[in-house]
Design a binder for this molecule. Structure first.
Ligand code: SF4
Ligand code: SF4
Ligand code: SF4
Length: 232
């Protein structure tokens, strides 16, 4: 992976989304990335656009070291826009379930971001977690390969000593879903719906078999497509 050295530029672009990942981005402590605050980074935040800022434009003047994209590319205009962004970026980071696997737009059957352009990294979640995103960007800055947790949501759920929904005959996608959210839904008694996408080597077939004993097949499919879990 390419190393990043100071001083680096970062741009953030928003495609179609509910706006919450964009909100998380606004709340990232960008001061952590400023030279005044620490020697950690000289990451220069150069732009903070959403699609409306660029309406009618067909080119972006600057080139960026890192570009963050949130949201799902919908329609030709946003698809072209994503391609335009890719050309101006050394590293593209897709953040949030909508950019990662379609998220709440997965059912539209439009291609996900990584089918349209090369995506170098993904930070999953609905919404993306601010701390995970900050750590991820720090790693990029230091030239490290940022890593996501490989363990399933079940791992964290068990650590949190939650009652297992599957064992109670209820639906949950925790066994196949990438952890890192501290099993937040399960901590409140709700099922994991897979917003962080599949964990590496997820056994979807086995998961489907288990769920079939609990609910009709069409419900399983519905559950697995809520966030586009199987689209990745
Ligand atoms: S991933 Fe979730 S929070 Fe982020 S833009 Fe999509 S729907 Fe909103
Ligand atoms: S409730 Fe869900 S996430 Fe928690 S242990 Fe059971 S299957 Fe795994
Ligand atoms: S428990 Fe599942 S649905 Fe809930 S935040 Fe974590 S990955 Fe997403």
């Amino acid at each position: 992976m390419m190393e990043i050295h100071p001083k680096k530029s970062l741009a953030i672009f928003s495609l179609t989304s509910c706006g919450d990942c964009f909100g998380v981005l606004k709340n990232v402590d960008w001061g952590r990335f400023s030279p005044e605050r620490s020697v950690l980074t000289k990451l220069e935040l150069q732009n903070f656009y959403d699609i409306d800022d660029l309406r009618g434009k067909n080119k972006i003047e600057k080139k960026y070291d890192i570009v963050i994209i949130e949201g799902h590319p919908r329609g030709k205009r946003q698809t072209d826009f994503a391609k335009l962004i890719r050309r101006q970026a050394k590293i593209v980071v897709a953040i949030g379930a909508c950019a990662h696997q379609g998220g709440v737009y997965a059912k539209t059957n439009e291609p996900i971001l990584k089918k349209i352009i090369r995506v170098d990294h993904t930070v999953p979640g609905c919404p993306v977690d601010r701390n995970e995103l900050s750590r991820f960007l720090m790693d990029l800055f230091w030239g490290k390969v940022p890593r996501l947790p490989d363990l399933s949501v079940c791992f964290e759920c068990r650590q949190n000593e939650n009652d297992c929904l599957l064992k109670k005959g209820k639906l949950c996608l925790g066994p196949i879903t990438r952890g890192g959210c501290d099993s937040i839904c399960n901590n409140y008694g709700e099922a994991c719906l897979g917003c962080r996408g599949l964990k590496p080597d997820a056994n979807v077939e086995k998961m489907t078999e288990i769920l079939k004993s609990i609910t009709p097949e069409q419900d399983i499919e519905k559950m697995m497509t809520i966030f586009g879990t199987l689209k990745e």
